[in-house]
Design a binder for this molecule. Sequence first.
Ligand SMILES: [Mg+2]
Length: 147
Amino acid sequence: MVGCPFSCVVWDLDGTLLERGGLTPVDGVETLLAAWSADGVEMAVATSAPTGLARRVVDELGWSSWFGHVAGTGPGVVGKDEVLVEALLGLGRVLPDGAVGAAMVGDAPTDVAAARRHGLTAVGVTWSGTPADVLGGADLIWSHPPS
Ligand SMILES: [Mg+2]
């Protein structure tokens, strides 16, 4: 397992950690999350799903211990930009300094845009079918979970 190049990783859920539109973990992500968590990488989820639903899903998958915070949408928190800020705050990271060493990993242009807007490294993933050129603003493109 490759070591994590970041001190903090904020993950999108649908199409990134989970197969798009479902509750099936993407092959390889559980091994990766377990390893990076054990290495002390701070991790959070930032999803456009409602926070309560997202927390239930993460809990039912048995993933809760890997994440310092699970942030979704809700009152006053709309859109990936705001969810990302919530996710970082939940890890005790206040912007702009909180972005240092942090990456946002996601399969949508909104994930890439949120990362860039807040000064995180933007990692676009193509394993759910998003073409790399759609994620053109990303600093890095991952076609498979690092292994
Ligand atoms: Mg997604």
